[in-house]
Design a binder for this molecule. Structure first.
Ligand code: AP5
Ligand code: MG
Length: 191
C-alpha cells in the first residue's frame, strides 16, 4: 500500500501529474477540488455550501472536505494505495488526516512538493481559464488563492518536512520532465 500526497501552489500541475501517477503506480487518486466541483455541478448540499468559498478562492470549511476524504477511505477506494491532491490544505486537516490514516490502518510514505515561480503559475492558470472556464480562474482570485496557499498551506509543508516526508520537485519543466522527477521520488521510497 502506497500513501502519497501531491502538493504545490494553485496551477503547479498537481491535477495533471496526479492522473499520470495514479496510473503508473496503480493507486486511487482523490482531488478535493475535483470532488467539490462535482458536488457543485450536481447541486448537492455540500456543493451548495462550498460554492461561494471556491468562487472567492477561499478554503472551504474543514468539516466539508474532511467528510469527503473520510468517505473515500470508508468506501475502500484506497485498497492498493492513495494519492491525495489538494488535501490537507491547513494544519487542522493534517491532524484530521493523521486520525483517518490511523483508523484505516494506512500511512503516508511521501509528500511530493511541486515548486515553481508564481508568475508561471498565474500564466498557466490564465491559459487554462480559456480552455476550461473554471469559476475561480480569474486573475484576482488566482492571486488570492496564492496568498491562501502561502498563509495556510505552507505550514502543512513545514509540518511534513519536520517528519522527513517531503520530496521537492521542480515543476517548471515540461509535463513529462516533471513526471519523471516525481516517479523517481516515488520509486525511491516504495522499492
Ligand atoms: P483545487 O482544485 O485543489 O485547486 P488549486 O490548488 O488552486 O490547484 P489547481 O487545480 O488550480 O492547479 P493544479 O496544481 O491542479 O494544476 P493543473 O494540473 O490543473 O482547489 C480549488 C478550490 O477548492 C480551493 O481554492 C478551495 O476553495 C477548495 N478546496 C480544495 N481542496 C480543499 C481543501 N482540502 N480544503 C478546503 N478547501 C478546498 O495545471 C494547471 C494548468 O497548467 C493546466 O492547464 C495544465 O494543463 C497546465 N500544466 C500543468 N503542468 C504543466 C507543465 N509542466 N507545463 C506547462 N503547462 C502545464
Ligand atoms: Mg487541480
Amino acid at each position: 500500500m502506497t500513501g502519497l500526497i501531491i502538493m504545490g501552489p494553485p496551477g503547479s500541475g498537481k491535477g495533471t501529474q496526479a492522473k499520470q501517477l495514479a496510473k503508473q503506480f496503480d493507486i486511487a487518486t482523490i482531488s478535493t477540488g475535483n470532488l467539490l466541483r462535482t458536488n457543485i455541478k450536481e447541486g448537492t448540499e455540500i456543493g451548495h455550501q462550498a460554492e461561494d468559498f471556491i468562487q472567492a478562492g477561499k478554503i472551504v470549511p474543514d468539516s466539508l472536505v474532511d467528510a469527503l476524504v473520510d468517505d473515500c477511505f470508508h468506501n475502500g477506494h484506497f485498497e492498493h494505495g492513495f494519492l491525495l491532491d489538494g488535501y490537507p490544505r491547513n494544519i487542522a486537516q493534517v491532524k484530521t488526516l493523521d486520525g483517518v490514516l490511523n483508523r484505516y490502518g494506512s500511512a503516508l510514505d511521501l509528500v511530493l512538493h511541486l515548486h515553481l515561480d508564481e508568475e508561471i503559475v498565474v500564466s498557466r492558470i490564465l491559459k487554462r481559464a480559456e480552455i476550461e472556464g473554471r469559476d475561480d480562474d480569474t486573475e484576482p482570485v488566482i492571486r488570492h488563492r496564492l496568498e491562501v496557499y502561502e498563509k495556510q498551506t505552507k505550514p502543512v509543508l513545514e509540518e511534513y518536512k519536520s517528519r522527513n516526508l517531503v520530496a521537492d520537485i521542480a515543476a517548471d519543466g515540461t509535463v513529462s520532465e516533471v513526471f519523471a522527477g516525481l516517479c523517481e521520488a516515488v520509486k525511491a521510497v516504495t522499492s
